[in-house]
Design a protein around this ligand. Sequence first.
Ligand SMILES: Nc1ncnc2c1ncn2[C@@H]1O[C@H](COP(=O)(O)OP(=O)(O)OP(=O)(O)O)[C@@H](O)[C@H]1O
Length: 238
Amino acid sequence: MTAGLHLSDLTLRRGATPVFDGLTLSLTEPRIGLVGDNGAGKSSLLRLLCGLERPQAGRVTVDGQALAGAPLPPGRIGLMFQNPDEQIIFPTVEEELALGPQAAGASRRDAQAAAREALGRRGLADWAPRAIASLSHGQRQFVCWLALDLAAPRVRLLDEPYASLDLPGQAWLREEIRRAPAQVLVSTHLLDPVRDFARVLWLERGRVRADGPGAEVCAAYEADVAQRVAGRSVRPGA
Ligand SMILES: Nc1ncnc2c1ncn2[C@@H]1O[C@H](COP(=O)(O)OP(=O)(O)OP(=O)(O)O)[C@@H](O)[C@H]1O
């Protein structure tokens, strides 16, 4: 088995818009960051890696198994969506968190107990019966992370998980990611959470502009943005 995520010669188009054209990557490091401007292709890459998006050409394998065709065994790979409302399907926190353990074979009762235990361990016991609709956007992002943690896939893909989190929430999630017994890929516009990652990819219009240690790649991206700002050549989603 070839452990990790491998993309070979991948082409993705959306209508007339080319997103990736012949992208080849091997992603095996335990922590990988994805940075880049709006529209660079970060979400598309994560969606391809978990099979939510099908390429027009090329191949994606997860731990040696091709994504096309049969679904992956449960527990292999999971996505924390950029928008929590696209991820959450149940009306209460406890029900949502119980989904992962139930899918892995736990009884409803044991799954709900696991959900309460996970919340209690984090000082959030009172969240169990709460209606999702009563939570803020950032609080829903916590729920999405906890749901992924309880589902415990070997690979976790996080799409802008810091987007709505306050400073304590960002610190909390960084620590959760640090301790997670899984390979974690994080797409983010906040660079600090990935600066110390062994590997960060800077995507630019569907291509890898830089690939290397987080500190170096983040500094290069910041320098490029500073140069564009100084040259008045910034525009949204460049
Ligand atoms: N639903 C869609 N329909 C058509 N084109 C899309 C759709 N979603 C994204 N795209 C296009 O695909 C390309 C890659 O978008 P993607 O969402 O992957 O970028 P991103 O790097 O995640 O951006 P952001 O930082 O804004 O989340 C862009 O050109 C974008 O306009």
